[in-house]
Design a protein around this ligand. Structure first.
Ligand code: COA
Length: 297
C-alpha cells in the first residue's frame, strides 16, 4: 500500500527498534526506512535479524542488526551504544519486542507469568533507561535538535479482560503506565515524547498466529461484530505519525489502532426487534395509570 506521507518525513533520523526483525516491528522498520530514517533492529535470533537486515537493505534502506535480549540489561546497554556508535545519534526507540502464548490462568506457572512481564514490561523499561542518555535534549549527537521519541507497542487486552492472556494483559497494563509516567517525567525534564500504540488483531504476524489460530479466529468473528484484521501497515503509518513532526504535541497517549475491535459486543437483538420492543414498552408505560402498583395492572 502506498504511504500517504512524504518520503522524507523522518529523513536523517535514526531509529532503534526492538523486535524489529519480524511482524509489526519489521514493518515499522521498513516504513521508517522508506521515509528516510536509518534503522537499527534488535532481536534474539541471529538468522531472523540477518534476513531482515538484508531485506531492508534491498529496499535501499540503511539498516543494521544487533543481537540481544531486552531481558538482559547488558544487552540493552550494548545495543543502544552500538546503535549510537554506528549512526552517531538515536532519535527514536521503538519497543516492539514481546512474548506471548495462550494459557489459562490456572495452567500458567509463576515463571511463565514472569517471563512475559520480563520481556514486555521490564524489557521496555530497561531499553528506555539505557536509551535516555541519547534521547534527551542536548544528549550525544542531538546538538540543538531537541529530545527524541519513545514508542511502546502495547495491546487492548487489559482494557477489559482477555481469556488466557492474564500474563500479557498484566504486562501491557504496565507498559501503558510506563508510557504515561515517562511522558510526564522525561517530557518535562528532557523534551522526550513517549507514546504507545495498541494494535488490534493484525494479519500475518507471529502474534496473531499464536493467539488466534484459524480455528479460534473463525469463531471469534461470529461473536465480535467489529472483528476484522488490520494490516501491519496500519500500525507502521501510526508509528510514522507519532515519530514525525506531525506528532510533535502528542505525548503520553496510547493510540488504539484496531478498527474499533475492543468495543465489540455481541448484538443481542436486531435493530427491527428493538424498534418494536422499545415502542411497546413506551406504550405500556404511557397507558399505565399513575400511582397504580404494577402488580394491580
Ligand atoms: N504455555 C504455558 N507456559 C509456557 C508456554 C506456553 N505455551 N510457553 C512458555 N511457558 C512457560 C514455561 O513453561 C516457563 O515456565 P516454567 O519454568 O515454570 O515451566 C516459562 O514460560 C519460560 O519459558 P521458556 O521457554 O524458558 O521461555 P523463553 O524465554 O525461551 O521464551 C516465550 C519466551 C515463551 C515468551 C516465547 O514464546 C517468546 O519469546 N516468544 C517471542 C515471540 C512472540 O511471541 N511474539 C509475539 C508477540 S505478540
Amino acid at each position: 500500500m502506498e504511504s500517504p506521507f512524504k518520503a522524507d518525513i523522518v529523513k536523517g533520523k535514526v531509529a532503534l527498534i526492538t523486535g524489529g526483525g519480524s511482524g509489526i516491528g519489521f514493518e515499522i522498520s521498513t516504513q521508517f526506512g522508506k521515509h528516510g530514517a536509518s534503522v537499527a533492529i534488535m532481536g534474539r535470533r541471529k538468522q531472523v535479524l540477518e534476513s531482515a537486515v538484508s531485506a531492508l537493505q534491498s529496499l535501499g534502506i540503511i539498516a543494521v542488526g544487533f543481537e540481544g535480549d531486552v531481558r538482559k540489561q547488558e544487552d540493552a546497554r550494548r545495543v543502544v551504544e552500538s546503535t549510537f556508535k554506528h549512526f552517531g545519534r538515536i532519535d527514536i526507540l521503538v519497543n516492539a519486542a514481546a512474548g506471548n502464548f495462550l494459557v489459562s490462568a490456572e495452567d500458567l506457572s509463576p515463571n511463565g507469568f514472569r517471563t512475559v512481564m520480563d520481556i514486555d514490561s521490564v524489557g521496555t523499561f530497561t531499553m528506555c533507561h539505557e536509551a535516555l542518555k541519547y534521547l534527551k535534549k542536548g544528549g550525544p549527537g542531538r546538538n540543538s535538535s531537541g529530545g527524541g521519541v519513545i514508542l511502546n507497542i502495547s495491546a487492548t487486552l487489559h482494557y477489559t479482560a482477555a481469556w488466557y492472556q492474564i500474563h500479557v494483559s498484566a504486562a501491557k497494563a504496565a507498559v501503558d503506565s510506563i508510557t504515561r509516567n515517562l511522558a510526564l517525567e522525561w517530557g518535562t525534564d528532557y523534551d522526550i515524547r513517549v507514546n504507545g500504540i495498541a494494535p488490534g488483531p493484525i494479519g500475518d504476524t507471529p502474534g496473531l498466529s499464536k493467539l488466534a489460530p484459524e480455528e479460534i479466529n473463525s469463531k471469534a468473528r461470529d461473536y465480535m461484530p467489529l472483528y476484522k484484521l488490520g494490516d501491519k501497515w496500519d500500525i507502521a503509518m501510526a508509528a510514522l505519525y507519532l515519530f514525525s513532526a506531525a506528532g510533535k504535541y502528542v505525548n503520553g497517549t496510547t493510540l488504539i489502532i484496531d478498527g474499533g475491535h475492543w468495543l465489540s459486543r455481541p448484538r443481542h437483538i436486531t435493530k427491527e426487534a428493538v424498534k418494536q420492543l422499545s415502542r411497546a414498552v413506551e406504550k405500556r408505560s404511557r397507558d399505565k395509570p399513575v400511582g397504580v402498583p404494577t402488580s394491580k395492572l
